[in-house]
Ligand binder design. Sequence first.
Ligand code: 13P
Length: 247
Amino acid sequence: MRREILAANWKMNHTNASGVAMIKELAPLVKDAKAEVVVCAPYLMLTDLIEAARGTNIGIGAENIYFEDKGAFTGEVSAPMLKEIGVEYVIIGHSERRQYFNETDETVNKKVHKAFEYGFTPIVCVGESLEQRDYGVTNDLVRYQTKIALFGLDAEQVKKVVIAYEPVWAIGTGRTATSEQAEEVCKAIRDCIAELYGQAVADEVRVQYGGSMKPSNAEELLAQPNIDGGLIGGASLVADDFSKLIR
Ligand code: 13P
């Protein structure tokens, strides 16, 4: 019922040249993919990537967005700027932005609203640190993050949100959550949405897993009933790995 969505998060890797080369290499390898294929990249290269991906089934996304349309916000990039060049997706609230760039649940919520105002598909990241997992508050925390991220959205908007569950301890560490751990939290996220918006809405929301996902573990993770895709860092940087994972 839910179409799987596999999204690359290139983070601060690749340059325009290597990014464009990778899109060109990736396109023929994933042209028959059943899943929705997305590549999220730094602002600077989005125009070039959109051009390179034209006519393919690869959608292009930004890794962040600002919640004001314009003004004195040195260094920020706005939704209208991204809309004009043809961006379709935006990652919001990645744990690296929460950790290093003062992203809060409140700014995540503002950005989600801005994303909808301009017709982007938001990919909203939630997830716990190892310390929080050890304290036994993982599900409480992701519910808290999810509720604030979605605050004020209507049911039609919520259906279009993609939630990425990314345990911080699994990001870039090679330590993947077990499929049982990932499924448990992805189900908790869906249950939380069902409490707020009803089961029918929750059943349409796509919940991704992210954190050291790679070709060798993707199949088992994606076979879980509440995992509808992945947000992939390291294994998305090379066309061969990313296309294997997608296939
Ligand atoms: P890795 O796949 O490199 O662990 O990164 C996951 C991630 O943070 C995707 O947003």
